[in-house]
Design a protein around this ligand. Sequence first.
Ligand SMILES: [Zn+2]
Length: 302
Amino acid sequence: MNQEIIGRFAPSPTGRMHLGNVFAALLSFVDAKSRGGKWLLRHEDLDPQRSRREYALQVEDDLLWLGLRPDGEPEYQSNRFHLYEESLDRLRRAGMTYGCTCTRADILATQAPHQSDGRVIYGGRCRPSSLPCFAPEPETKHSVRLYVPDREIRFTDGLYGPQAVNLARECGDFIVRRADGAWAYQLAVVTDDALMGVNRVVRGSDLLLSAAQQIYLYELLGLPAPEFMHIPLLCNAQGQRLSKRDKSLAMDILRRDFTPEKIIGLTAYLCGLAPTDEPISLSAITELYATRSLTPTLTVSL
Ligand SMILES: [Zn+2]
């Protein structure tokens, strides 16, 4: 069966894009387009405090400047809360969720051994003694957590290869709806990717663990999981992951000092598709991607 590839780029509209975001956008675009697929845009504006519509519009403008035109109208997660509600209902009906009244301090006090990367693992204080659990959630303010099993979730990443993740050990029961009513990232992303028909996800390697959480959610919701390919995060000359603090690599400066072809050429070079960072066109990088494999180096100094 020759299924049409549907990829996507899903930025959070909380500021101007930087080179790291552009890198992920470009690679997800060429990944889909090199195989005749579609490329969708979804603004992940779940956090009403930090998300701004003007940032989303700026992202769209920056993508168009690069020549990255999404297929169809961009989606906004803030328009899709009713869909997340339906997913949560399905998890509740399966008896796989429970209300958690722990504060952040409670969780820090009872968590399993500290993770070196600062991840906090929920120790299971509110977890029901047996599952499935259909007990009503507490009347008081609470988040909703999803039970995770003590077994390995296996998948093959397009770049990092075979992965086996035990969610009980790596993250513990995770939140699907926050105590303030906000939707958690994992539930929203799985619901959206499934309903938008996305079958190929290319994104930064900081989300590699999330892929295991998401595959588990796809299983529970009876939805097909996409193929995943995670790409290393760009680092600055000091070896730190690029962030909004790297002002020289923010899109306003990039657009002032470089052409789209220069940025595309740099991307091709950084991920090992081209021997130098000479400017190239979008169709040239798409062709390179179709015929070569990625061998990222990924330290950048401009
Ligand atoms: Zn709790």
